[in-house]
Design a protein around this ligand. Structure first.
Ligand code: NDP
Length: 245
């Protein structure tokens, strides 16, 4: 039996793209999934498709009370939480000189604070049960410098550094909480929709159409990490299209 059956997995950013595909795949493999995002209609449709092993709660990762409510909801519905997949994120990329300060702050609120709020909500249970698994979606933009996407890249570096520091602390404290940071390259999702119309956007869209991975490639990576025996911590996974620099 794989180490996933009956695990309760909270997934933020479950209304589209990577989160949606991961929810379907984990549920197919026996997990119970708790779907979180802001677009309730999309969550309902997905939960209906998955069936009794899925529940959903409209929730905003930028709101700490929403994240606490999400964890309480998961426990009320399924009795416990085993895995947090902190996946919600946005990429309104632009050069620093464009001074799109509101976009910068949104990325900090969602890509950084969203991860922190969801972890702060779930960790009291993981610490008490001396176990659990935190999976976070960083990006290849979290492994190197991406000109034209400086703030996004910075948020994804934060995720990498933060989760690895937390992993080390968990080892030192003996809490046996597993961590996995996923670094996708281009994946065909709705991520680019937030960009205002421009030639650059069209260029990105064409690149993603030609080269982007299906979201299932990332879902497979999450399934692999979750399914490993408890003494195996798959800490970091880079999944990029073959041929992507
Ligand atoms: P999508 O745009 O398809 O999905 C993003 C998800 O995040 C949606 O479900 C959206 O739901 C959710 N989300 C955004 N803001 C919030 C918020 N404030 N509160 C709750 N949920 C929110 O893109 P992806 O699937 O590609 O993105 C998933 C993750 O993958 C992101 O962290 C992204 O940075 C990362 N990534 C993606 C890559 C790609 O090429 N696609 C490459 C590298 C990393 P809703 O709007 O309904 O709230």
């Amino acid at each position: 039996m794989k180490n996933i059956e009956n695990k309760v997995v909270i997934i933020t950013g479950a209304s589209s793209g990577i989160g949606e595909e991961t929810a379907k795949l984990l549920a197919e493999n026996g997990a119970k999934v708790v779907l979180s995002a802001r677009r309730e209609d999309r969550l309902k449709k997905l939960a209906d498709e998955i069936g009794e092993n899925a529940v959903y709660l409209k929730s905003d990762v930028a709101n700490p009370d929403d994240m606490k409510a999400l964890v309480s909801f998961a426990k009320e519905k399924f009795g416990k939480v085993d895995v947090l997949f902190a996946n919600a994120g946005i990429m309104p990329g632009s050069s620093v000189s464009a001074l799109r300060v509101d976009d910068w702050m949104d990325m900090i609120d969602i890509n950084i604070k969203g991860v922190l709020h969801s972890m702060a909500a779930v960790l009291p249970d993981f610490l008490a049960q001396k176990g659990g698994h935190v999976i976070v979606t960083s990006s290849v933009a979290g492994t190197r410098v991406i000109p034209g996407n400086a703030v996004y890249s910075g948020t994804k570096h934060f995720v990498r550094v933060f989760l690895d520091a937390f992993r080390t602390e968990s080892v030192q404290e003996g809490t046996r909480i597993r961590t996995t940071t996923i670094y996708p390259g281009a994946v065909k999702t709705e991520l680019l929709n937030i960009l205002p119309p421009s030639e650059e956007k069209e260029g990105w869209e064409e690149y993603y159409r030609q080269n982007g991975l299906d979201a299932s490639s990332i879902a497979n990576a999450v399934l692999y990490a979750v399914s490993q025996p408890d003494n195996v911590d798959v800490s970091d996974m880079i999944i990029r299209p073959t041929g992507e620099v």
